[in-house]
Design a protein around this ligand. Structure first.
Ligand SMILES: [Zn+2]
Length: 478
């Protein structure tokens, strides 16, 4: 049989697990009948567009890809507000994994796909515009499918706006949501029809999160508006707020203020539940607040029309879960699972394509949804756990460990040169805010083992110097 010749991964924003059945969406129903499906797709935490699409593309959780919400603050780089710059993404996305292995890719909108990631980009890309209609992206996919020769993509990713906006404005139970689901389903039907003429092709349709009914806002300005808590800063999207504190006093005042809200979950950065997979030392708030169901956070004072639907809550809540449908080459016909994790989507796509996934990802290809495909071992040369010397500010990561932040801020001078072969990186031990950052010398090509989560900051100048010397700085994290 061999791998699929063409694979399309389509993500539909805000398509809750139960929408297709409620709307009686015929194309998605036919995919379930002829292909494989899951009762729901479990997003990462937080169940929001940027973290979830980063997980779908990388096969790792936010504590490793670093996109901890649609908006957050990075203690080194500053504010992230739905940015497109791929440098924010700390783990390798699918299109880079594929291009590295000689597979041409094309992307009709996906977060972080609009520019090269560490020097490698999708062969065909579509500049982002919020005005681009979902149907235009399908048109573009059909154009790509008609290409021939070297540039014809084997992997195509596309993001559709789907029913997210109407789910927010009208609530998940509104009839308008189901209208939008049916309109989106017609686009899926167009793709399926086109793929009928493409030998050994497969279509995978997923979504980033679901939607829950909400009726009230939690205004962080008001909550943190008194006494020492005023010095804390909340950066929120939907159900999740990261709170950054200048010192311990501001932090405990903010904590006390937030604890007064009934049903709110609150965690300190160094006491995050492990299962949340959320701790990124430079990015996760000193406090992480999750709104109670029915409520969501609003920062600032601007009046916005109240939402009737929201997401971002913990992924085990059924309302937060999305969809998974697959049909075509390599997909087991009639296979069904109760649920699948979003981290498992990237390795599933790799199996269909017959390529090796990025090493040591969190996801695992779901064997019982596959037919006639086999795992492909990673290429023997070039351990991907090494910092790429050719790319200034390269970063590296390893299982369960975050190693982030490839760039020092432009306004900070590079660290002084280090004698001999050694180069220095600043390692900040996670969750120990009281301790000053420790500086550890790294020796080029030496193996340095760390037993704790850490963030690493390497200046662009330093990385260039190492690259220029043609010595590969290999940082091994155990
Ligand atoms: Zn949304």
């Amino acid at each position: 049989m061999g791998p699929a010749e063409t694979v399309i991964l389509l993500s539909i924003d805000g398509m809750r697990w139960d929408y297709p059945a409620r709307a009686r969406a015929p194309a998605l129903a036919s995919m379930a009948a002829q292909g494989a499906s899951a009762g729901s797709l479990v997003p990462p935490f937080p169940s929001s567009t940027f973290p979830s699409h980063a997980t779908l593309a990388t096969g790792v959780y936010p504590d490793r890809h670093g996109i901890v919400n649609n908006e957050f603050f990075d203690r080194v780089r500053g504010d992230f507000r739905r940015d497109d710059d791929p440098a924010w993404l700390l783990a390798e996305p699918l299109w880079v994994t594929a291009e590295r292995q000689g597979v041409r890719t094309a992307i009709a909108h996906w977060v972080f796909s609009y520019a090269p990631w560490r020097g490698i980009a999708a062969t065909h890309r579509m500049p982002f515009s919020a005005e681009t209609r979902d149907s235009e992206k399908i048109d573009r996919i059909l154009d790509w499918l008609s290409l021939s020769g070297r540039d014809r993509p084997r992997l195509i990713l596309a993001y559709l706006h789907g029913p997210d906006a109407v789910g927010h404005s009208e609530g998940p139970d509104a009839p308008a949501v189901l209208d939008r689901v049916l309109r989106t389903d017609r686009l899926v039907a167009r793709l399926l029809k086109a793929l009928d003429g493409v030998p050994r092709s497969a279509l995978v349709v997923v979504s980033d999160h679901g939607m829950a009914v909400v009726s009230r806002t939690l205004r962080t300005r008001g909550i943190l508006g008194v006494g020492e808590a005023r010095r804390a800063r909340a950066v929120s999207t939907g159900a999740v707020s990261n709170i950054y504190c200048p010192d311990a006093r501001a932090c405990s005042a903010a904590e006390a203020a937030l604890r007064r809200i009934e049903g709110l979950s609150l965690f300190q950065l160094d006491r995050l539940p492990e299962g949340l997979r959320y701790g990124v030392p430079s990015r996760t708030g000193d406090l992480v607040a999750i709104a109670p169901m029915g409520a969501y956070f609003v920062d600032g004072t601007k009046e916005t029309p109240p939402a009737r639907g929201m997401h971002g809550y913990r992924p085990e809540l059924r309302e937060m879960q999305g969809i998974f449908f697959a049909r075509g080459a390599g997909v087991k016909a009639g296979a069904r699972r109760d649920s699948l994790r979003a981290v498992d989507v990237a390795p599933f796509i790799c199996r269909l394509l017959g390529i090796a996934p990025a090493p040591d990802i969190d996801g695992v290809a779901p064997e019982n949804l596959l037919a006639g495909t086999h795992p492909v071992p990673p290429p023997a040369s070039g351990s991907p756990a090494t910092t790429d010397p050719g790319r200034p500010g390269g970063t590296t990561q390893y299982p369960g460990i975050f190693l982030g932040q490839g760039r020092a801020p432009a306004d900070r001078p590079p660290p002084p040169p280090v004698a001999g072969d050694a180069w220095r990186a600043t390692l900040t031990r996670a969750g120990r805010r009281s301790e000053p950052p420790s500086t550890y010398p790294f020796v080029a090509s030496a193996r340095t083992r760390l037993s704790f989560p850490a963030s690493i900051v390497v200046s662009t100048a330093m990385a260039s110097a190492v690259a220029g010397s043609k010595r590969c700085p290999t940082v091994w994290i155990a």
